[in-house]
Design a protein around this ligand. Structure first.
Ligand code: NVA
Length: 306
């Protein structure tokens, strides 16, 4: 049984094959029907969602299945009922489980007990479906991934920081991260990305000065400074992160044809200026749309690999 709990659950070859499948399904949306029946796929959200719920619901329907929304506030997984018991119940009724939750250990436990493929729809540590969508978008705009420089500025200790490290390394990219002291990615994730990059011809680097990090980059990404669950730290974070704001001055350090990524939701005037996110180099809405194609691809591959 295969799951997609973090980016490096895929090998570099599989990562590329998933992006290939995403492009195929983007041009022929109803070509794959792994959930014909229709089989049901559970989508559970313990945290807010818009893009992820919409893109998974459409993806599962397009793949011939029936998306079943489970409200995390009602299910209270791990409080009202253990994760293991929930997994055993849902695994008997569904063909796959998509879960947005907090700590990664929760989704690991779900995967161990479910008996069906489990997909991470964001945890505190990783957002691997977003990683696929982002690199699909870069590939569409740049033609290839290996050898390109992908820079993320801002909260690199976040799920997106970790996902850019691992997914960029899998694709053979040069990943640079830059943020304030105290907001570095987890050392074990950085080490794992370094190991992957050594095999794919990519690299991962931490750069303290945001201008050096962005210099010559092919794609520049940022994300909210206040991830879901971190709202209590908002004031402290907003004060620290300002030098890493992605504004047109910082973007001018990148390659002239660099593209701008943001997983959304975006806070204009905080991590990114309106001029940049709404400007000509921004591809953020293509990126959002690509969630659908990337998730169809990973779901169809997981059903094939069972
Ligand atoms: N880092 C953000 C991503 C939102 C899609 C968060 O966890 O809130």
């Amino acid at each position: 049984m295969r799951h997609f709990l973090r980016d490096d659950d895929l090998t570099p070859e599989e990562f590329e094959a998933v992006l290939d499948r995403a492009l195929e399904l983007k041009s022929d949306p109803y070509a794959a029907k792994p959930f014909a029946g229709p089989q049901t796929v559970a989508m559970i959200f313990d945290k807010p969602t818009l893009r992820t719920q919409a893109s998974f619901a459409v993806a599962i329907s397009d793949l011939g299945g029936n998306p079943m929304l489970v409200d995390g506030n009602l299910a209270m997984i791990g409080v009202r009922e253990s994760i293991a018991d929930t997994a055993r119940v849902l695994g008997r009724m569904t063909s796959a489980i998509v879960w947005r939750t907090g700590d990664q250990a929760r989704i690991d436990e779900m995967a161990q007990c479910a008996g069906v493929p489990v997909v991470n729809a964001l945890t505190d540590q990783f957002h691997p479906c977003q990683g696929l969508a982002d690199l699909l978008t870069v590939r569409e705009h740049k033609g290839a991934l290996a050898g390109l420089t992908l820079t993320m500025v801002g909260d690199t200790a976040s799920n997106m920081g970790h996902t850019y490290l691992l997914s960029g390394a899998l694709a053979g990219m040069h990943v640079r991260l830059s943020g304030p002291d105290g907001f570095q990615p987890l050392p074990d994730v950085f080490a794992r990305a370094t190991e992957i990059a050594a095999a794919t011809g990519g690299s991962v680097t931490w750069v303290s000065d945001p201008r050096d990090a962005v210099s010559g980059a092919d794609a520049v990404a940022t994300d909210t400074w206040v991830s879901m669950g971190k709202e209590d730290e908002a004031a402290h974070r907003l004060a620290k992160f300002h030098p890493w704001q992605l504004d047109s001055r910082l973007l001018s350090e990148a390659a002239p044809d660099a593209i701008v990524l943001h997983c959304l939701p975006a806070y204009r005037g905080k991590e990114i200026t309106a001029e940049v996110i709404d400007g000509p180099q921004s591809v953020v809405f293509d990126e959002a749309g690509n969630r659908l194609h990337a998730q169809k691809a990973i779901l169809s591959k997981l059903m094939e690999w069972r």
